[in-house]
Ligand binder design. Sequence first.
Ligand code: NAP
Ligand code: MG
Length: 405
Amino acid sequence: MNKIKMTTPLVEMDGDEMTRVLWKMIKEELLLPYIDLKTEYYDLGLENRNATDDSVTVESAKATLKHKVAVKCATITPNGARMKEYNLKEMWKSPNGTIRAILDGTVFRSPILVKGIVPYVKNWTKPITIARHAYGDVYKNAEIKISGPGRAELVFTAKDGTQTRELIHEFNGTGILQGIHNTEDSIRSFAKSCFAYAIDTKQDLWFSTKDTISKKYDHTFKDIFQEIYENEYQAKFEALGITYFYTLIDDAVARVIRSEGGFIWACKNYDGDVMSDMVATAYGDLSMMTSVLVSPEGAYEYEAAHGTVQRHYYKHLKGEETSTNSIATIFAWTGALRKRGELDGNGELEAFAEKLEKACIKTVEDGKMTKSLSLISTCEHPVILNSLEFIRAIRETLEGLLESA
Ligand code: NAP
Ligand code: MG
């Protein structure tokens, strides 16, 4: 069989622990036999981040801006325990945070649906993609504990010294105070990424805030989205037959629960934090969620939503068998390969990505799965496979699909 050729490289960001083990298996079993894989490789494993003073993370993000498509393995975000475990020079920042800051992007998370894993919300027959604004609000707040009576004000001092003041509250006793902010640039980037991704995936876009209560703060989000929509995207949306829909957050929650899915729900930072966990749980399993970071200029970084599956890795190191689900990591690869194919006009690569996704889904629907999937599947007699056996079962299904084509 002739291997599929690639013209432009993908940015490949390797990672840590169990997902690094799966990464190698996925390449060897599911990609290299079929594709003349062209990647620009960056080792984001914690050891190499430490050895390069984390410059490798920055370089990989810059390469993503250049080549437009990246695929990332899960990586450890260091904490105190990891400092000791890896003898780190510094507590390096989260790679995802570093990459997101350089790409100025928005993260879109979607579930992978398979028959036999039934969402808790029974009418959700299509995926709901959550887009979370990842800057500001309560995540970059300033807080004060008020110790007694007094006057709290918001004060803005402009460069020329002029001040704008707004009374927050006259305290009669003790209390609490919080200041939050966002920037117009960040909201604009968020809006553009959302509209671009809706067009990219041909799905409706919903956006919700609490603008009736927050008449300046939240209303600014609503106004910026509306302005960018009308000026830059409305014609494209209409041509594709998709819609942009704004509603209040509480109305959105009610509508989402009643919906059948199949749209993107853009949320402010806090709403997105909360709603993405609710949506992921309702669809079944974090190991079946994909995630893509989209920059406003159209660079894409694909990954699994789960972490490095540390507990399984320690079992693996002890020589024990693991049954780790590789589907979300495989979908990170197929997402990146499909996008690469689309940008390069490489239909063969796109078709392969499609088939590999089908092979993953069919394998599970045929009853072959990992332990964690068997626990949430309605399949009566699932065959539980170990990590490598599962990937090999997917390969067998893939071979069948490729032959029948
Ligand atoms: P995790 O790696 O997502 O795993 C948490 C638990 O979820 C696992 O112990 C496992 O449960 C289950 N699980 C997750 N993915 C699975 C899969 N593919 N197959 C089967 N089971 C799966 O989260 P964590 O243990 O909190 O974090 C571990 C490391 O990952 C941390 O160092 C963290 O910094 C990093 N992390 C990275 C990213 C990223 O790079 N995007 C995201 C999140 C976390 P059982 O043990 O019960 O089987
Ligand atoms: Mg959260």
